[in-house]
Design a protein around this ligand. Structure first.
Ligand code: SAH
Length: 375
């Protein structure tokens, strides 16, 4: 039984509201919208209509909801709003990539990206404001952690991007700012909304994690057909420790075991992301070690050449031949490999770059011309 007190703040029946006090509808399910609208004395099916407009048609105003009576639309305008978040900037790259900064109700800003491909339209969403994981190659990490996003703020990114896209969004990756498994409760609500309300199948949703082992087990036990991507980035603890502080807590062996469990519970093969840094984790020895460790584990490896951002370690992108050789070792060992196609080079598409600029503290480390050789 739905408890309205949990879903909506008190005192909503007062007739006039300032913008700040208006009830935010984004993030509410059809069931919640039905219950709320019934409380207002309207037929419950109006809740279904609202949900269709908000999630399926990406409406951002009540005025366009032409199948609702005009008086109801006026009333909704007075007491509620669909979303209090607004697009702050949009950067468009020639390959069609759109990178947006979304300003939230508390004036925090987050990034989200629309990635049109030939066969699909994908979006990359943030799950937290900032990130606490401190990965040494990541621009978001340099700004630290501020707060978790609500489920509404997560799905709202998708809806804002849908309005900017001519075609329907088909795929979602939770790979923007933040660590989704450290905001699992809200992320799961958002995933269910994306699936049930927007209508994107869970198989087309990918959750990327730095590797929070107990949460991988918790997610596996939900038995959802999501794609899990683990940012492995190294085949051994020593190399991983140079890149990711989280490796102090969970070892590569723990991660691989958790990945196997995820496969066994969900039947979904895990993707291992492997960020290549020149001279750090890109040698043939690393490739052989990785192939050895992934033997017998149903998985896919996604190679990601470093998207250059200035870092204290002065990390660089590997030469293209190195990437090719690395890939060959894995393929010869029978491992399925993909390589991330780079998008939006000229628009600060590396995670956290755009926000860094917006906040006026563009990365702590001196900017210099990008030495990235196109691959
Ligand atoms: N916290 C999650 C999801 C956000 S990061 C995670 O760690 O997976 C999404 C992906 O981008 C991760 O694989 C991350 O390691 C990678 N990444 C971060 N900075 C990068 C950079 N400068 N170049 C390429 N990939 C980067």
């Amino acid at each position: 039984m739905l408890n309205l007190r949990d879903v909506f703040p008190r005192g909503l029946r007062v007739s006039s509201f300032s913008m700040r006090e208006r009830l935010v509808l984004i993030g509410k399910s059809t069931a919640e919208l039905r219950a709320w609208i019934a409380e207002l004395g309207e037929p419950a099916y109006r809740g279904n209509q609202l949900a269709t407009w908000i999630y399926r048609k990406a409406a951002d105003r009540f005025e366009v909801m032409t199948d609702l009576p005009a008086a109801l639309r006026t009333r909704l305008n007075e007491i509620a709003c669909i979303s209090p978040n607004r697009i702050e900037t949009v950067q468009r790259s020639h390959d069609g990539t759109l990178k947006c900064l979304l300003a939230l109700q508390d004036e925090q800003v987050i990034e989200c990206v629309l990635l049109p491909y030939e066969d699909r339209i994908s979006v990359c969403l943030s799950t937290q404001v900032g990130c606490a994981m401190g990965c040494r190659f990541c621009a978001t990490a340099q700004g630290g952690f501020t707060r978790n996003l609500t489920a509404g703020e997560i799905i709202d990114q998708l809806l804002h991007l849908q309005r900017l896209s001519e075609q329907r969004i088909s795929h979602v990756v939770l790979m923007g700012m933040g660590e989704p498994l450290l905001n699992l409760e809200n992320v799961l609500v958002a995933i269910r909304l994306i699936h049930e309300e927007v209508g994107i199948s869970m198989r087309r949703i990918t959750l990327s994690t730095v590797g929070i082992v107990p949460k991988i087990y918790a997610l596996a036990d939900q038995k959802l057909p999501l794609t899990l991507a683990i940012s492995l980035h190294a085949p051994d603890d020593e190399t991983r420790a140079r890149m990711m502080p989280v490796s102090r807590k969970w070892k590569v062996a723990d991660l691989l075991e958790a990945a196997r469990y995820y496969f066994e519970r969900t039947g979904r093969r895990v993707t291992f992301e492997y960020l290549l840094l020149r001279g750090v984790n890109d040698t043939p020895r690393h490739a052989r070690m990785l192939a050895e460790r992934l033997r017998d584990l149903p998985c896919l490896v996604n190679l990601i050449p470093f998207n250059y951002v200035p870092t204290p370690d002065n990390f660089q992108r590997p030469e293209p031949e190195r990437v090719k050789a690395f890939r060959q070792v894995l393929e010869q060992a029978g491992i399925r490999v993909t390589q991330r196609v780079e998008r939006g080079h000229e628009i600060d598409a590396a995670c956290g770059q755009l926000r860094g600029k917006h906040l006026g503290k563009p990365l702590r480390f001196a900017m210099r011309p990008s030495p990235n050789a196109p691959l």
